[in-house]
Design a protein around this ligand. Structure first.
Ligand code: OSB
Ligand code: MG
Length: 366
């Protein structure tokens, strides 16, 4: 493939309700949809999953735009790429900025799969025909969180994740376990604890959680290893894992028993697959994380989660959980807690250009 043109569609999508984590709230969701066009005029799609402020990682929509425009796109224009797994080495001279890199790398994977008339899932080496889905409940009044779990339970979701922080965790988990003693439940602290809070963390062992996600600082896998020694509950790392090297270190130190893989956070699907393979080798189960994304990343997530070691339901919900109308011709639907992995070419969902036009903040063509 020769990359002829890259179009950045910067959009703003209305969230049905604001989403609250320990350290940030997302109101409307801005996103940059990345369209990569080759010399045959065929398009592949990816998405910048950074937020407008750097609460989850250091990147933002604006830093990604800058990196794409001034550094990443110039490296790709008019370049012949024979496989998307060449992109990480093309990007090697640009440090970090993983979400910026992943957005265009994902688009090239979609394009490559389309050109080979294969699904993205098969192209990545996926083996599942359907994936199991979990859902995330943001921090809110306890009764509201319980009502949401009731509803999602009826919808068939197979795993429930609640956002927590040290000041509300026990109240939330106690309240939920009183009503739902047996549901598959986990908690995501988004780095809101420190090792000094180990007593508070130890209390969470009482709630039969599948895992606790990212309790401590993102750059502290040493303290995560100390915490994992003390806690019965498995630790899952999210923010701490931005490369496959981080995974090797975390496994060697014993910092976690589970890993959440997000292609955006680790710089793309090539690295995500590498992490998947390392974890499989070390019997560390993985699941696919979410970023309150549009259907484009959701479709990529479905393909990624079809790989063999994604044995835990991911944060992959229906389009309708967050959006009135997604950017795809066909909305993504969870049925009986599962999504069928599409077998159409590329990501398997067609982009809805009319909707994208309606949501546009700005458009830039390179
Ligand atoms: O920590 O996994 C996280 C959303 C935004 C940023 C970080 C995270 C999350 C979620 C929600 O937990 C995932 C989703 O439903 O898309
Ligand atoms: Mg998380």
């Amino acid at each position: 493939m020769k990359i002829k043109n890259v179009i950045l569609h910067h959009i703003s999508l209305k969230l049905k309700e604001p989403f609250r984590a320990s350290n940030g709230i997302v109101y409307d969701r801005e996103s940059i949809l990345v369209e990569v066009i080759d010399h045959d005029g065929m398009s592949g799609w990816g998405e910048v999953v950074a937020f407008t402020s750097p609460w989850y990682t250091e990147e933002t929509i604006q830093t990604c735009f800058h990196m794409l425009k001034d550094f990443i796109i110039p490296l790709l224009l008019n370049k012949t790429v024979s496989h998307p797994n060449e992109l990480p080495s093309i990007f090697q001279l640009i440090k970090r900025n993983n979400m910026a890199k992943a957005s265009i790398e994902g688009a090239v994977w979609d394009l490559y799969a389309k050109k080979n008339r294969m699904s993205l899932s098969k192209t990545l080496g996926g083996t599942r025909a359907e994936i199991d889905c979990g859902v995330v409940i943001g921090i809110g009044p306890l009764q509201q969180m319980i009502d949401q779990i009731h509803k999602y339970n009826e919808d068939g979701y197979k795993r429930f994740k609640v956002k927590i922080s040290p000041s509300n965790a026990v109240k939330i988990l106690e309240g939920i376990r009183t009503i739902f003693p047996h549901i598959p439940l986990m908690a995501d602290a988004n780095s809101s604890y420190s090792l000094k809070d180990i007593k508070l963390l130890k209390e969470l062992d009482n709630y039969n959680l599948l895992m606790i996600e990212q309790p401590l600082a993102s750059d502290d896998i040493i303290h995560h290893a100390k915490a994992q020694d003390i806690l019965k509950t498995p630790i899952c790392l999210d923010e701490s894992i931005v490369t496959s090297e981080d995974v090797r270190h975390a496994i060697e130190l014993g910092s976690c028993k589970v890993i959440n893989i997000k292609a955006g956070r680790v710089g793309g699907l090539t690295e995500a697959k590498k992490i998947h393979d390392i974890c499989m080798e070390h019997q560390i189960p993985v699941w696919c994380g979410g970023m309150i994304e549009t259907g484009i990343s959701r479709a990529h997530n479905i393909a990624l989660a079809s790989l063999g070691n994604f044995t835990i339901p991911g944060d992959i919900s229906s389009s309708s959980k967050y959006w009135y109308e997604d950017v795809l011709m066909q909305q993504i639907k969870v049925e009986h807690g599962k999504i069928k992995v599409p077998d159409g070419i590329g990501m398997g969902y067609e982009v809805n250009r009319e909707i994208i036009k309606k949501l546009l903040v700005s458009i830039s063509s390179f």
